[in-house]
Design a protein around this ligand. Sequence first.
Ligand code: PEP
Length: 251
Amino acid sequence: MRKNIVAGNWKMNLKRDEGLNLVNDVINLLPSDNKVEVVFAPSFIHLYKVNKMCLGLDKVNTASQNVGKEEKGAFTGEVSAEMIKSANVKYAIIGHSERREYFKETNEDLKQKIDVSLKNNLEVIFCCGESLNQREEGVHFNCIKSQISESLFHLLSDDFRKIVIAYEPIWAIGTGLTASSNQAEEIHKFIRKIIAQRYGEELSNSTSILYGGSCNPTNAKELFSKDNIDGGLIGGASLNAESFIEIIKSF
Ligand code: PEP
């Protein structure tokens, strides 16, 4: 069956001591009967150390926030999938709306990033989601379908099994506006349907689909109570140990 995951995307926040203290606090506050996979996604400069702190812990892993789309070579400033894997990191987050918007990453770029990640045995947390305009124009289903199909549907089933989807409506990220649990569930159901059409019911039902967008300790329980919401990709609320732990405990 599919896994419940709560992943904290720190974005470009937290100095080294702040990040390491946060990880330490979260680990210490984790309930002994924790059933959720917890994932920390710090910036690259902290990733190796954070991963070391998580080694040997049950259901605590790390993710990179990005990955270079090329294998290796003269790409100053980029970090390759092979390097990330060599630090024993489990996941790469690919396709975050901030990468799409500010760094102009296209569905085709993301496809390449996914391929190079899987080739290097990284699992992928793939983000998709519509803008406010797209929702208001009623094209949000089409937008999500093309994001997913153009970047992921070339994969064979065995590779698609290493994909976690994060639905993150852009209008809800960092804005304090959350999709209602019904709005999120509607899209998660739709995503599961298109995965089933491409890969069949079994694989669709075993794919974890996370919600992201101003998820916090107050709304997490309601969101996670929905049948097709398997956890969260958390930005702002993952920067504080108590709020991140409250979200983890919402399952
Ligand atoms: C995110 O950036 O993935 C995110 C969900 O941010 P926030 O929780 O701050 O809206």
